[in-house]
Design a protein around this ligand. Structure first.
Ligand SMILES: C[S@@+](CC[C@H](N)C(=O)[O-])C[C@H]1O[C@@H](n2cnc3c(N)ncnc32)[C@H](O)[C@@H]1O
Length: 299
């Protein structure tokens, strides 16, 4: 059963100030979630504006549609992964926005399998209509594949011993996976569990692969003057965003003369990325690892 949860959009004030959506503009929100950020986008772009929203999670998408139903402005919704953007023939946009990762209902709904706090199937897919579950991934992975996945995506220190045990046990539920971690990690299990679930989630949803596509395609969808913002919650994701945005905003320089031979078509609006205030973290602890990076297309 889907449990009710209060929803606070992360870094909302910073997102609105940095992306500055204006009346009549077109905004693409590639991670609509529960529609929290998009409700404010719609308010800002008004009845002449156009919001294009997408989400891989059909249930979140429905919830967002309900929330945004009465807001003025044109709305177009897609149930899809944003890695499909290259095949979608989307219009040029004034704002492209992503708030990566999972949403509160994923963690709070036992049947989704995202949380070790509840008994549930080891699923962890954002989109339950396609792809393999985490249980299936574990079932057919070799010990070496699991070890690499746990190490690379979760920085799990006991990745070797844990992957060896998981290959034997083939956990099918959140509780069975929790027991594997407790068996291998003992008193350290409570610190390791979030890392293990995060690693499986990132693998099941190919989160870094999708982000790579977004970083290639998102900037190309911006009109001159358009702004792109990405909130990430993981250092691997943030590093990808930082490097991609930096490359797009770096002019080409003649190695001999040091003169600029080609201006960069983008400028960084944030040098280090914006993080939540202590008040926001207090009100919404799930915001604590968020970092927002912003980019603007100049010509
Ligand atoms: C952090 S929540 C977004 C919350 C939203 N900004 C709000 O205020 O309600 C992230 C959402 O992105 C979705 N998501 C994650 N990766 C995705 C992807 N590659 N393509 C489409 N949706 C994705 C998840 O299903 C989830 O609903």
């Amino acid at each position: 059963m889907r449990q009710k949860s209060s929803h606070l959009p992360v870094l909302l004030a910073e997102v609105l100030q940095g992306l500055s959506p204006q009346k009549g503009e077109t905004v693409l929100d590639v991670t609509l979630g529960l529609g929290g950020h998009s409700a404010s986008f719609l308010h800002a772009i008004g009845e002449q504006g156009h919001l294009i929203g997408m989400d891989a999670d059909a249930e979140n998408l429905e919830q967002a549609k309900t929330l945004l139903r009465d807001a003025a402005g044109e709305k177009t919704f897609y149930h899809c992964n944003f890695c499909e953007i290259p095949h979608m023939n989307l219009p040029l946009c004034d704002v492209v926005f992503a708030d990566l990762g999972l949403s509160s209902p994923h963690l709070d709904t036992p049947s989704r399998g995202f949380s070790f706090r509840f008994q549930g199937p080891l699923d962890l897919r954002f989109d339950r209509t396609t792809g393999e579950t985490a249980a299936e991934l574990v079932e057919h992975s070799s010990e070496e594949q699991l070890r690499r996945l746990l190490r690379n995506y979760g920085e799990v220190q006991s990745a070797g011993a844990l992957s060896a045990y998981m290959v034997l046990q083939k956990p099918k539920t959140t509780t069975a996976l929790k027991e594997c971690v407790e068996h291998v990690c003992g008193f350290r299990a409570k610190n390791v569990l979030p890392q293990v679930f995060q690693a499986l989630r990132m693998a099941v949803n190919d989160e870094l692969g999708s982000l790579r596509t977004l970083l290639q395609e998102g900037p190309a969808l911006l009109q001159p003057g358009g702004r792109m913002g990405i909130i990430s919650f993981h250092s691997l994701e943030d590093r990808m965003v930082k490097l991609a945005f930096r490359a797009l905003s770096t002019p080409t320089i003649n190695a001999t003369t040091g003169a600029v031979t080609k201006k960069a078509p983008f400028v960084l609006l944030t040098k280090k990325g914006l993080v939540p205030t202590s008040q926001e973290i207090h009100a919404n602890p799930r915001a604590r690892s968020a970092r927002l990076r912003l980019l603007q297309k100049t010509f």
